[in-house]
Design a protein. Sequence first.
Length: 285
Amino acid sequence: MTKRRFIKAGSLEEAVTLLGTHKDDCALVAGGTDLMVEIHKGSVTARNLIDISRLEELIFIREEKETISIGSATTHMECMEHDIIKQYAPVLSEACSRVGSPQIRNRGTLGGNIISAAACADTVPALIVLNAKCLLKSAKGTRELKVSELITGPNETVRNSDEICTAIVFEKIPEGAGYEFIKLIRRNSVAKSRLTVAVIAQQDSDKRVTDIRISLGSTTPRPHRFTSAEELFHGNLPTEDLFREAGEKVSADMIAVTGNRWSTEYKKPVVEALTARALRAVLEV
Ligand SMILES: Cc1cc2nc3c(=O)[nH]c(=O)nc-3n(C[C@H](O)[C@H](O)[C@H](O)COP(=O)(O)OP(=O)(O)OC[C@H]3O[C@@H](n4cnc5c(N)ncnc54)[C@H](O)[C@@H]3O)c2cc1C
């Protein structure tokens, strides 16, 4: 059995130094809900576990003039319950409320959910429609990457081993914008998503669509917005035909990336139906 050291970082600076010192032989522990499973499976062999779960510098939700910043070690429960998130990013509040069980939401963090980069991570599609960025800090400095650039595939990111995700930042959703988050699961509790749909949209006083953002989880290896479906709506009045067409565009984009797989026969109609359902819920005809 591998002997491991559990090191409680006293500050963000110390965590950054420890990461730089132990390089590939260390792993950050936030909530530990993914990491402990990976250690148990033997897929994480790092001997130095650096605990960042109590670092106040990583636990916050802040409202700036136009943006919201969330510390990476903020839990799903804290995000879900916070008035600022409910007001300016309700799609994220809803996504966090659908993660696992109360126990998992109380331990699991937003940063951990992003960096684990599971295809079924519930917060990711919500963060994609928010155009969220992650701040990554190392001893060399700080860089900023969109979540859609950071995650490159299932359980893959371009985070360097000496970097800590410190915060997630996005612009506030304008007042009056609608949102929908759908999570398709096999059973009613503590279940991984089979599919998630996140949509944010805004219409003018004539009901023409002025802004629309669509993202689906568990559809493509790399999370992104389905822009060809979004383009159908720009400046137009929503109709049932457009909802159906948008669903077809999303499934066509998914198949263009993944090819026809064993699951496509099931996923294609489900993607089309759930996309149309989410659009119908958000847009006033
Ligand atoms: C029973 C169960 C049910 C679950 N259900 C769901 C679900 O319904 N939906 C869902 O989306 N997820 C679910 N999960 C997955 C999990 O809870 C989330 O992915 C969680 O958000 C991970 O956060 P964490 O703080 O626990 O991360 P950890 O396990 O501590 O870390 C995960 C990975 O990210 C790295 N990391 C963590 N924080 C940082 C950081 N700040 N900077 C750089 N790297 C970092 C760690 O080193 C590790 O590699 C479930 C897990 C379990 C065990």
